[in-house]
Write a protein of this length. Structure first.
Ligand code: GLU
Length: 478
């Protein structure tokens, strides 16, 4: 059975590159009827950030990426938390010592610093000083409680492995350091715990960022040392901010939560990031999670980095908003509209209907509807529209003709207003746009508005409409 895992370190922040890794792990598990596991890798206490586990947990939940097993927390599955696991990682390290695949190292920090200072290499590897200690020396040190770490003994030769995305990778073992497996506080290093837990949790497919490609040989040497089966590796390229920089917290780039706060829908974010580095076999772009599970295939993963394109995400988000059921949409935007619209005679449902097809994110709403409160100062050049064949003069004339028509109207509904405006245009040998554009501009004071002239008039009501038309005539007359 396929078993994948998401193994984030709790850094307090989940950028969309991490989330994309989690998504691919989830999709590979789900599309193979396998299991997806969540494991928090928190043994590095120096990097630990309070509340970070909650961020991971909440992000996955909001994103619809559910994990399958873990410690029972009140009938629900919690994530596996590495620091809380009862595994005796040190016993595994001792097993390797017995097998001659690891050794105690008693070197002090001072000795290591000196060793590095005296070396010509910039990142000098451990010089294996303690590899040659006799059994008596080791026993004596242990008896005297001399602090120690346990190091992996990297054997000579070359290590080769196959990655599903990057192909065959071979490294010379002389380039790999005898890495620390157990630290002097008896806790495992991140690298060691990662391998032990992947084995104990029966992980068959390891999917992670390509920055781990270079660590993989030393992981494989551990699997070999234990005689364990090596998982299938699927390394994915980074998500970039631009051609040269990765997305990162340090660069102040968007985390999943930032995007949610900016008014993007979780489903749209998931859809967008699925396509960052993966191409479906056809050119389809909009996928629900179930459709992703159906369509996802590791063969579609690319090894070239992809650039996070907020414009594309905004477009996709707009497509999701258009497809939302109206009642659900209204429920989501009601608090925003209530706050943005400062008068109580506006039918918010009608307004919501107009904006639904015109926004990229929910955060655009407040600005888009602000015109209902009042007309902001605008330039008369807004009346000049090439396609509508309008000038300031034509607009002024049209508005002067529109005013009495609207004043005399008893039924102030969309059809009546629209038909009267079209008749007015016909009677005066004007194009429809030469009547509708000036009115639309007069009522909104903006180059764009969420609906056309007659709809704006209905929305604003007769009195406000007439006031705005009168104001526009005055403005154009000076
Ligand atoms: N804990 C690692 C990280 O947060 C995950 C490495 C892995 O998936 O093997 O990047």
């Amino acid at each position: 059975m396929v078993r994948t895992r998401f193994a984030p370190s709790p850094t307090g922040y989940m950028h969309i590159g991490n989330l994309r890794t989690a998504l691919y792990e989830y999709l590979i598990a789900r599309s193979n009827n396998g299991k997806f596991i969540l494991r928090i890798e928190d043994t590095d206490r120096e990097r630990y950030v309070d509340g970070a586990v909650d961020v991971i947990y909440k992000t996955l939940k909001t994103a619809g990426i559910s994990h399958d097993e873990g410690p029972d927390v009140g009938g629900d599955f919690g994530p596996y938390i590495q620091s809380e696991r009862k595994n005796n990682y040190i016993d595994y390290a001792k097993e390797l010592i017995e097998k001659g695949e690891a050794y105690y190292c008693f070197c002090t920090k001072e000795r290591l610093d000196e060793m590095r200072e005296n070396s010509d290499e910039t990142a000098a590897k451990y010089d294996r000083h303690c590899l040659s200690l006799s059994k008596e020396e080791i026993d004596e040190n242990l008896k005297n409680n001399v602090p120690f770490v346990i190091r992996q003994k990297i054997k000579e030769g070359k290590t080769s492995f196959n990655d599903e995305v990057y192909g065959t990778i071979t490294v010379d073992n002389s380039d790999i350091e005898d890495q620390i497996l157990i630290k002097s506080d008896f806790l495992p290093t991140y690298n060691f715990a990662n391998v032990i837990d992947d084995h104990l949790m029966g992980i068959t497919h390891v999917i992670r960022g390509s920055e781990y490609l270079s660590s993989t040989p030393k992981y494989n040497l551990l699997y070999e040392a234990f005689g364990w089966e090596i998982p299938t590796y699927i390394h994915v390229p980074p998500v970039m901010k631009n051609a040269t920089e990765k997305l990162s917290k340090r660069n102040g780039d968007a985390s999943f939560q930032d995007l949610i706060d900016k008014g993007y829908l979780p489903e749209a974010i998931i859809n967008y990031i699925a396509l960052l580095g993966w191409s479906p076999s056809d050119n389809k772009e909009i996928f629900t999670m179930d459709e992703l599970i159906q369509a996802f295939d590791v063969k579609g993963l690319s090894k070239s980095p992809s650039i996070f394109d907020i414009t594309k995400l905004t477009w996709m988000n707009g497509e999701y908003i258009k497809k939302l059921n109206f009642d659900k949409f209204f429920e989501m935007v009601y608090p925003i509209l209530k706050n943005a619209v400062k008068r109580d005679d506006i039918d918010l449902k009608i307004l919501a209907g107009y904006i639904k097809t015109r926004i990229g994110t929910l955060n655009e709403i407040s600005d888009m509807v602000d015109f209902v409160n009042d007309v902001k100062d605008y330039d008369n050049s807004l009346y000049v529209h090439k396609k509508m064949k309008t000038t300031e003069e034509i607009s002024l004339n049209s508005l002067k003709k529109i005013l009495p028509v609207l004043e005399s109207m008893n039924n102030f509904d969309n059809d009546t207003i629209y038909d009267s405006l079209v008749s007015l245009a016909r009677e005066n040998e004007l194009k429809n746009g030469q009547v509708l554009w000036p009115l639309r501009t007069a009522l909104s004071g903006q180059p764009t508005s969420p609906c056309g002239a007659s709809e704006l008039a209905v929305l604003l009501g007769k009195e406000d409409t007439l006031n705005r038309v009168r104001a526009a005539i005055n403005k154009l007359s000076v």
